[in-house]
Design a protein around this ligand. Structure first.
Ligand code: PBG
Ligand code: ZN
Length: 324
């Protein structure tokens, strides 16, 4: 057969395939989450997320040191406080868990790390919602004010990037305003812009003990909506977001692509706990080759348009030499 076009010509050898590969992934694209708990000496594996730990501040420094050795430079901190109340008071404390962690990491690593903090109330409230609950309703504006105070506490303690994950309207603007008023003009905001009400957060909610009374459908997005995700991203950019996020990743790669096409800023996706734990479970059951499946997932996110990926697979990927 005389065939002018034979796409297989470019797939003949590993080096030929390497030559024409369109998508890359490197350590610099990955952001590594940490679940910080109170006390000392804790490094406890989270049962729903094999390989991920609850870690106290003293041990967090060691965990991050090991990650830095692997090439992971960007770290996302979640606080899991012992004290929970209606308004998530512990979230805004100057000497709270996350501020302590930030200070310890900055003292030890200086500018060799980028420190990102999750800004949300759900791990801090007794009812588990991401904002204030009044008469059974998660109220918007008072919640946004509290989130801004939380972001300020993180900025003061040295966060490079604050990352609101609550989905209240106007919270990016409220955070930008307060940070600027207080002189933190260079603290960046990574907005969880299109965060869907998803069943893939299950293992995380176990980890953070943050399952809400009821559900989050009055603030997180309906998974049927793509256009609305663009609205959310555009509003966050107008309010001053420096980067926008789509979350979860795998069932929402169309959204990643669409946001990528509209946004001029970096786009991040969150490869969430349920996505991670499903892979781990499949591997454990002998149904999947971990390296192959993880790389296919992460490359799919990059190909869809994610500049950066928040993932729990980073350590395995670097340790295994799957990524450099
Ligand atoms: C809380 C928050 C959640 C995640 C990140 N921040 C869960 C939720 O909204 O219930 C999910 C992360 C994951 O599943 O890995 N606002
Ligand atoms: Zn929340």
């Amino acid at each position: 057969m005389n065939l002018l076009h034979r796409p297989r010509r470019l797939r003949t050898t590993p080096l030929m395939r390497e030559l024409v590969a369109e998508t890359d992934i490197a350590a610099r694209h990955l952001i590594t989450p940490h679940f910080v708990v109170e006390g000392r000496g804790h490094v406890d594996e989270i049962s729903s997320m094999p390989g991920v730990t609850h870690v106290s501040v003293d041990k967090l420094v060691d965990e991050v040191a090991a990650d830095i050795d692997l090439g992971l430079r960007t770290h996302l901190l979640f606080g899991i406080p012992e004290h929970k109340d209606d308004h998530g008071t512990a979230a805004v404390a100057k000497d709270g868990l996350v501020p302590q962690a930030l200070q310890a990491l900055r003292d030890r690593f200086g500018r060799d790390v980028v420190l990102v903090t999750d800004v949300c109330l759900c791990a801090y409230t007794s009812h588990g919602h991401c904002g204030f609950l009044e008469d059974g309703v998660v109220v918007n504006d008072a919640s946004a004010d509290q989130l801004a105070r939380m972001a300020l506490a993180h900025a003061k303690a040295g966060a490079d990037i604050v990352s609101p994950s609550d989905m209240m309207d106007g919270r990016v603007g409220a955070i930008r305003d307060l940070l600027d008023d207080e002189g933190f003009v260079n603290t960046s905001i990574l907005a969880y812009s299109a965060k869907f009400a998803s069943a893939y957060y299950g293992p995380f909610r176990d980890a953070c003990d943050s399952a809400p009374r009821g559900d989050r459908k009055t603030y997180q997005m309906d998974s049927r909506n793509g256009r609305e995700a663009l609205l959310e991203a555009l509003l966050d950019m107008e309010e001053g977001a420096d980067m926008v996020m789509v979350k979860p990743a795998l069932a929402y790669l169309d959204i990643v692509r669409r946001v990528r096409e509209q946004a001029l800023c970096p786009v991040v996706c969150y490869n969430v706990s349920g996505e991670y734990s499903m892979v781990k479970a499949a591997v454990k059951a002998g149904f999947a080759d971990e390296r192959a499946v993880v790389m296919e997932n992460l490359l799919g996110m990059r190909r869809a348009g994610a500049d950066l990926i928040i993932t729990y697979h980073g350590r395995d990927a670097l340790r295994g030499g799957w990524i450099r």
